[in-house]
Design a protein around this ligand. Structure first.
Ligand code: SER
Length: 329
């Protein structure tokens, strides 16, 4: 698992460790002690370090790669070259790593890749308001470096799975790439860093901590979200789905698509003293305005029975509010 110390990593390690899986992690920052205790080996290092990846290759037999390491969309706009390096060159290194693992095993290595709603790029707000749920093959003209990186890496994954070294006499593709286009994710345990959908989790966590929050998008801003347990469940389910049922390389996922104001209302219902104002940042607003209000996730529901347990009311009532309250007590 790369990027293991990030938001998804936190939740995924807990699930995989409870299921008794042996986990090897790599992250540029040392893993929290609590997480490190649940994994077989926690390596501190970069996915850009090929010598390190070669060492892991010789030391372990890896069946599934969860490649979570990335710079998110807001951060990537400040350092686009570094974002490209980590998000694209890093992914290429991991795909090559998986291919070599697969060649050593003689069977495919499942490669789980979180892509993003950021691969979409709608031309203007009028279009966003007019559209219904957006399908995987529509409107993929991202406006951010992060979105471009994710979209291209989806294609690289497809290449490694279906066409790798297609002219070489004796090379068999050994990567089984599977990708989820996540919407904004909301976790009760962690807050994200450097994303543009961060206003939703930030609003909730700030209210629970009793800290005023200035939301950087307009109240009417709408985009899709998923609660973290559903995101992790989707990764685990798709990783285990028989290959024949996986009919496309990338799947949209969505669960609820609230406006920022609707999120604020639920937060206020739980924390009536919360101070939440709207102070839109025109540039970050433009990024969210280029993302669809809703995604069409029928392919995931059809092919591998994606069925999020949490709609918005249940996510707040049964997961976010009780867990966050406990966390900041
Ligand atoms: N949550 C991510 C971001 O805001 C989208 O993938 O960058």
């Amino acid at each position: 698992m790369t990027g293991a110390g990030g938001e998804i990593g936190h939740a995924l390690i807990a699930r995989l460790a409870s299921a008794g899986r042996t986990i090897v992690t790599i992250d540029v920052a040392p893993l929290d002690q609590e997480l490190a205790a649940r994994v077989h080996r926690a390596v501190t290092g970069s996915i850009l370090d090929r010598t390190l990846l070669d060492r892991l290759l010789s030391e372990f037999d890896i069946d599934v790669v969860y490649h979570l390491a990335a710079l998110l969309s807001t951060r990537s706009e400040f350092t686009p070259l570094m974002a490209h390096e980590v998000n694209v060159a890093g992914t290429l290194n991991l795909l090559e790593f998986a291919q070599q693992q697969g060649e050593a095993h003689g069977r495919p290595v499942v490669f789980m890749y979180p892509s993003s709603v950021a691969v979409y790029g709608l031309p203007d707000l009028a279009t966003k308001r007019r559209l219904g749920p957006v399908r995987e093959d529509e409107w993929a003209q991202p406006t951010t470096m992060y979105g471009c990186n994710k979209l291209y890496c989806e294609q690289l994954g497809r290449y490694y799975t279906r066409h790798y070294k297609q002219l070489a006499a004796d090379t068999v593709p050994r990567v089984d790439f599977r990708c989820l286009r996540f919407p904004g994710l909301i976790s009760a345990m962690t807050t994200p860093a450097g994303g543009t959908s961060d206003y939703a989790p930030e609003m909730i966590h700030a209210a629970a901590r009793g800290v005023p929050y200035a939301c950087f998008v307009r109240p009417d801003t709408r985009m899709p979200f998923l609660a973290m347990p559903d995101a992790v469940q989707a990764l685990l389910t798709l990783a285990e789905t028989p290959r024949a049922r996986v009919t496309q390389c990338a799947y949209n996922l969505g669960a609820f698509s609230p406006t920022a104001d609707e999120i604020r209302a639920l937060v206020l219902a739980a924390f009536p003293a919360a101070e939440i104002r709207f102070v839109p940042d025109a540039k970050r607003q433009a990024i969210v305005d280029s993302w669809p209000a809703e995604v069409d996730d029928r392919a995931a529901r059809r092919d591998w029975d994606f069925a999020p347990a949490y709609d918005m009311a249940r996510a707040f009532r049964d997961y976010l509010i009780p867990t966050i309250r406990e966390r900041y007590r």
